[in-house]
Design a protein. Sequence first.
Length: 165
Amino acid sequence: MSDENTLNPVELATELTIAWLGNQNNRVAAEDVPAFLRTMHATISELAGNTSAPAEAADEPASEQEFVPAVTVRKSLASKDHIISMIDGKPYKMLRRHLSGQGLTAEQYRERYNLKPHYPMVAENYSAARREMAKKIGLGQKGRAAKAKVVVTEIAAPRRRAKAA
């Protein structure tokens, strides 16, 4: 009786993985299935209280992993047109979208590479261009005064015609 009620973590992980992959809304590449199955098994074992030594050994290197930057801090900020990512060494005007694709926030990125809190996430020239565009359309000004200023600049003074001889 107790054998029937006891759940085998491998069988349960397999059944859950099959159910997950059978759902048409979940799209997983074929090479990712073994890793997904391992993760599912480790989670089930952890929930059941059956922690295994290999699962614990796999977690330790991940927490102690030291990240080596692709470029130096000085080189990453060398150009005013872009910021070079320390993750992949590629230039970006804004790092936030790149970081979110890597599963990081700006704070986590700064912490990972021991950067100062004021390390920029946007290239200097890109920021200046956006600032000028915002000023041009009147952002940051209040109410009618901003609208009136835009309207006045758009109306051109009438041109005087030359006198006919």
